[in-house]
Design a protein around this ligand. Structure first.
Ligand code: AMP
Length: 194
């Protein structure tokens, strides 16, 4: 099963992708996690990405396309994968089409989580408070200024992907404002029918 999760920051893509990973034994490929790992490891990609990520802007298409293309070749992706946070621009979606075609594989579904923006800011604030309470470290882009920028980037560059994938007939829209279990149940239903 090969899936894309689409939705603004804080919509619950990561939460739902993790649940599907446990259920289906396929990995969650989060470009945000991969880039944060590169930053932490101090790689060349990490050094180039850090300032852009901290400002809430998008890393270049070329960097993420290459990361994803390489990651999909790993043996644990043979049965499928869940893309979380990629593609984020129309050129990335076009690049993904040719990456997948080159590997002879196809997407099964694109699941879009629809949420309202005010709720997203509250979710980000709750996530920060919970992380601090648990003694964890807060993401450097989880602050009001960077978060607003991430939402603006989403509206401008990622939202057009809904129409892009609607044209392929693979787009399924889910109400991301429902509670986690209800969203999971809706996604399960979609995947059974896909
Ligand atoms: P995320 O964890 O998905 O919220 O991503 C955190 C940050 O990583 C984003 O705000 C971007 O700076 C960068 N990033 C993650 N995925 C992508 C992508 N597909 N294209 C460009 N930048 C990305």
């Amino acid at each position: 099963m090969r899936l894309i999760f689409l939705g603004p920051p804080g919509a619950g893509k990561g939460t739902q992708a993790k649940l599907l990973t446990d259920k289906h034994g396929i990995p969650q490929l989060s470009t945000g996690d991969m880039l944060r790992a590169a930053v932490a490891a101090g790689t060349d990609v990490g050094r180039r990405a850090k300032a852009v990520m901290d400002a809430g802007q998008l890393v270049s298409d070329a960097i993420v396309n290459e990361i994803v293309s390489d990651r999909i070749d790993s043996p644990d992706c043979a049965k499928g994968f869940i893309l979380d946070g990629y593609p984020r621009t129309v050129p990335q979606a076009e690049a993904l089409d040719s990456i997948l075609a080159g590997k002879g594989i196809a997407l099964d579904a694109v699941i879009e989580l629809k949420v309202d923006e005010e709720a997203l800011v509250r979710r980000m604030e709750n996530r920060v408070a919970e992380t601090i309470a648990a003694g964890g470290s807060v993401r450097s882009d989880d602050n009001p200024e960077a978060f607003k920028r991430r939402l603006a980037e989403y509206r401008e560059k990622t939202a057009p992907l809904s129409s892009y994938y609607a044209l392929t007939g693979k787009l399924k829209t889910v109400d991301g404002m429902a509670n986690v279990d209800a969203v999971t149940a809706e996604i399960d239903g979609i995947l059974e029918r896909a």
